[in-house]
Write a new protein. Structure first.
Length: 273
């Protein structure tokens, strides 16, 4: 069982920077039939079919130059997160026919993967899990949607064993798979996993530079104030807690410099597009 001091329910959001949240939402809705879950002043949450993890499109600050979310490691084909696709061909031919840039498919014993680039330069992964994978889920029907949910968030890691201990002891994650050069962890009963990828110090430094001090995923807590107090007592560096568009949030920093958003659970209401 996890031994963490703070309690988190799941990964509730993955976060993509965009120059215009409304225009980006329209693109994702038109191409992949995502649905709007919440509109904010600078953010729009999109639902991916029936998946619990939302895709949050967030406009960059007017004082900052727009910077898309790209690979954590391009040569290692490591995006920040990936979509689960039930189609074993990843629909790559269809995506190209829509003038959507995708990489060639890589095949392993357990999965087929590629990467997609949206019109704003953001790189996301696409993964089809085979039936022998720990994270395989059957298709919900005879004609499944292009994307079913967010499968995994990837973390660039230098010291794997130390990182596993920190995420388990401080954040309450649970280790479910360890393969030497990486590990998979679960958060509560959440369906989206965290996958740690070991990198050398230079690759890790470059990954953090690409992130530009921004969080690309959010952990959901049932009580933002309890989580803040517990993490502070554990010595986890935390920024100030604030409210934006009805969502209370703050940010923490891992020992290796990765920024993580913490969000309080709130009622998500679907609104029409």
């Amino acid at each position: 069982m996890p031994s963490g001091g703070a309690s988190f329910v799941c990964i509730d959001r993955v976060i993509l920077p965009v120059p215009d949240a409304k225009a980006a939402a329209e693109w994702y809705i038109n191409e992949f039939e995502f649905r709007i879950g919440r509109r904010g002043s600078k953010e729009i949450d999109l639902r991916i079919q029936d998946g619990e993890t939302l895709l949050t499109l967030t406009e960059h600050s007017g004082n900052q130059r727009y910077q898309p979310l790209i690979h954590l490691d391009a040569s290692g084909h490591v995006p920040c997160f990936n979509f689960y696709c039930h189609w074993d061909d990843l629909h790559s031919g269809w995506l190209r026919s829509r003038n959507i840039s995708v990489t060639s498919t890589m095949q392993t014993d357990h999965m087929n993967v590629c990467e997609m680039i949206d019109p704003y330069g953001n790189v996301t992964g696409i993964c089809h899990e085979k039936s022998n994978s720990l994270f395989y889920t059957p298709a919900p029907g005879p004609v499944p949607p292009m994307f079913h949910r967010i499968l995994a968030v990837f973390l660039p890691i230098i010291d794997l064993e130390s990182s596993i201990r920190w995420y388990v002891d401080m954040l309450g994650f649970e280790l479910v798979n360890h393969w030497g050069q990486g590990a998979d962890l679960k958060i509560g009963r959440g369906e989206t996993i965290v996958t740690m990828i070991v990198m050398d110090e230079e690759l890790h430094r470059q990954a953090l530079l690409r992130l530009n001090g921004q969080a690309y995923y959010s952990l959901q807590t049932p009580s933002i104030h309890d989580a803040y107090r517990q993490l502070s007592q554990l010595g986890v560096p935390a920024g100030s807690c604030r409210e934006q568009d009805g969502v209370n949030r703050f940010h923490i920093c891992s020992p290796e410099g990765l920024i993580i958003r913490i969000s309080e659970k709130e009622l998500i209401q679907i609104v029409s597009t």
